[in-house]
Design a protein around this ligand. Structure first.
Ligand code: LCV
Length: 259
């Protein structure tokens, strides 16, 4: 079953998330389709790509496919998890990726949007960092994506409260590039994509790669990394982690005990 739509005009590509039954949850299958489309776009040497959902959606993406997360004893967000693949594919795509957003963006989807090079949103867009609501130990590279996209104090508030940030606040904080009226979202985004596509693709591509490396140039010692992994392990082996996932599946509020 196709969970996305992909198309291009030889210059600008579009990937449309199209899994409304599950609010565009980022299942392994959906992410596999996005990555395959990006691989084709790379071959076609496209100069910009727009990542979007269907027009007028209330939910741009509900984030990780929570149902697929392991219930315990296994890192749910390790190097090989599907969202990490997608974030890397976005960051390493050799041309700019523009996220065009209306509706709610949750959890892992928030990371995917913030990993894009340019973000254009409509007034209905909201952004939430949700691991604390679910009891999930987010990972270091994911948190770095957030830290590169918003001030540390804001990342803290978003991560600790899991409350959505609305479109005007996201614009004020510099988390996104442009907030435009819903009726102008497409024309504005594709206008910007075309302007980018008229510039030197080699210069643009090498700047994107340099910025990616510079954004990741934070020193972390092997000891600190191991320690953080150990702390994360305590979370995914906890009763609270199991409770968070179960509560979602049972459509109820989780009762966290801190154990
Ligand atoms: C699987 C889903 C999902 C979903 N997965 O529609 O960053 S972390 O660490 O938190 C990471 C682990 C992560 O990204 O987790 C996901 C974080 N996302 C969220 O917390 C949002 C969870 N979803 C919702 O709160 C609601 O679904 C929203 C508000 C997005 C939409 O509400 P709405 O009333 O429009 P439903 O809740 O009725 O959802 C429709 C169907 O999509 C499934 C959900 O279980 C339901 O399935 P059934 O029709 O089979 O009951 N669904 C929604 N989100 N992340 N499945």
């Amino acid at each position: 079953m196709a969970l996305i739509k992909a198309a291009h005009d030889g210059v600008v590509g579009t990937v449309t998330l199209d899994y409304p039954e599950k609010r565009n949850a980022l299942s392994r299958e959906l992410i596999g389709e996005v990555c395959a489309a990006l691989a084709e776009f790379r071959e076609a040497r496209l100069r910009a790509v727009v990542l979007r959902a269907a027009p007028g959606v209330k939910v741009w993406s509900a984030g990780y496919d929570i149902v697929a997360l392991p219930e315990t004893h296994r890192d749910p967000l390790g190097w090989d998890d599907p969202v990490r693949h997608l974030v890397r594919a976005v960051a390493e795509f050799p041309a700019p990726m523009l996220a065009m957003v209306e509706g709610g963006v949750w959890g892992g989807a928030c990371e995917v949007v913030l990993a894009c090079d340019v973000i254009v949103i409509a007034p209905s867009a909201t952004f939430a960092i949700t691991p604390a609501k679910l009891g999930v130990p987010y990972n270091v590279s994911g948190l770095l994506t957030f830290l590169n996209a918003a001030p540390a104090r804001i990342v803290r508030e978003m991560a600790f409260s899991a409350k959505p940030v609305d479109a005007t606040r996201a614009e004020r904080l510099g988390m996104i590039n442009h907030l435009v009226p819903a009726g102008e979202l497409e024309s504005f985004t594709y206008g910007l994509a075309k302007a980018i596509a008229e510039n030197s693709p080699l210069a643009v591509s090498v700047m994107k790669e340099q910025l990616r490396i510079l954004e990741g140039a934070h020193a972390i010692s092997p000891e600190d990394f191991e320690r953080l992994q150990g702390l994360r392990r305590i979370v995914y082996d906890s009763a609270d982690y199991t409770e968070g996932l179960r509560a979602f599946k049972e459509k109820r509020k989780p009762q966290f005990s801190g154990r």
